[in-house]
Design a binder for this molecule. Structure first.
Ligand SMILES: Cc1ncc(COP(=O)(O)O)c(C=O)c1O
Length: 369
């Protein structure tokens, strides 16, 4: 007899990701698969690449989804551009900056870090001093640091790095699709992301885009990239040359294409505005309940909000109540922010006034339990 299984629970994903997926994307995911070398697969991949360029704000030819989650994009960026023995400068103000540093170390790079408390961002003087002092080959930062709720201005870091001849890697895992990334305007050389946050798609692919200046670095590498699977030169032979590299999932490409089409049906600017408005409504509602925000105004990720846990409140109990009574998922803090903040994502279909107010009612109830 087959074992009894629980039905899939209905959740409202107000956490840092994954986020809610629209029915049209689920529908696309159920379409029949084709092979990874089928002309139709490359037609879908071509449209996905075009729409990703628009979402990233770039004309970079080398713009593709990596088969894997956001960390695979991070590993692709570090593995292809941070060479053994080279200097890798990391702007460190949260958990994912630490992951970038760890990947740099594993590549055999000399990792140098500029540290800031979790929740703060870097200004142009700090960026310029650090880069001028260290003269790295590559610098990296996290645009939207999911562990803290802080949004880093890319240009201050890119300008400083370019003045010193360094290229810049930006983690845009939590920013792409919900706030402007503007890769070309900001001068970001390599940006990677994921599908399960601002793009409102299930996890499984990691969009990456690479500037011509960074492509040149790739061609001038002294040693081959150590990871075969994530070697961008080989991946370009697959996506441009249609030469077998790995069995890319047509299903995930259908889903991503539909999620991107939905974004452009709404309009990118309108989508950003909707997220910004939902953020304002949420922060107002939280303030009315007496909660203060961990990140200073002006430095906040609009769609990943981090109010402080009030004294005497057990954040785990609040999260448990929300999940059990309302099917609402939010996250807590970790590392130095464990027990100190809530992490509330208001992304994609959830970023409306109505959903924010529904959330606030449930949150107020949970805080009182
Ligand atoms: C800023 C940031 N970078 C990287 C990652 C890693 O992405 P994934 O969990 O999809 O591998 C995450 C995941 O939440 C993230 O928030």
């Amino acid at each position: 007899m087959a074992a009894a299984t629980s039905p899939v629970p209905k959740r409202l994903l107000f956490g840092p990701g994954p986020t809610m997926v629209e029915p049209r994307v689920y529908n696309a995911l159920s379409q029949p698969i084709v092979g990874h070398l089928d002309p139709y697969f490359f037609e879908v991949a071509g449209e996905v690449r075009d729409l990703l360029r628009k979402t990233f704000g770039t004309r970079n030819e080398l713009t593709i989804p990596i088969s894997g989650t956001g960390s695979s994009g991070m590993e692709t960026a570090v593995g292809n551009f941070v060479e053994p023995g080279s200097k890798f400068a990391v702007f460190a103000n949260g958990y994912f900056c630490d992951r970038l540093s760890e990947m740099g170390k594993r590549q055999g790079a000399h990792v140098v870090r500029l540290e800031k408390p979790w929740g703060e961002v870097f200004d142009s003087n700090e960026a310029a001093d650090f880069i001028a002092r260290e003269k790295p080959a590559v610098a990296a930062f996290v645009h939207a640091e999911t562990s803290t709720g802080a949004l880093q201005q890319p240009k201050v870091i890119c300008d400083a790095a370019h003045d010193a001849g360094a290229i810049v890697i930006a983690d845009t895992v939590t920013s792409l699709g919900a706030v402007p990334v503007n890769v070309d305007e900001n001068g970001i050389d390599v940006a990677y992301s994921c599908t399960q946050k601002g793009l409102s798609c299930p996890p499984g692919l990691s969009p990456i885009t690479v500037s011509p200046r960074a492509v040149e670095r790739l061609h001038n590498r002294k040693t081959p990239t150590s990871q075969w699977y994530l070697d961008l030169k080989l991946l370009m032979e697959f996506y441009d040359g249609r030469k077998y590299h790995h069995t890319a999932s047509a299903t995930l490409f259908y889903g991503l294409r539909e999620a991107l089409r939905a974004i452009f049906d709404e309009g990118l600017e309108k989508r950003f505005e909707r997220h910004a408005n939902a953020h304002k409504a949420l922060v107002r509602g939280l303030a009315d309940m007496g909660l203060s925000m961990h990140v200073k105004e002006g430095h906040r990720i609009p769609h990943l909000n981090t109010p402080r846990v009030q004294p005497g409140v057990d954040d785990a109990k609040v999260r448990k109540h929300l999940l059990e009574k309302h099917g609402i998922e939010i996250a807590g803090g970790f590392g130095p922010l464990a027990g100190k903040i809530f992490r509330i994502g208001v992304m994609g279909p959830l970023a409306t006034d109505m959903n924010v107010h529904m959330f606030l009612d449930a949150f107020k109830e949970a805080l009182a339990v």
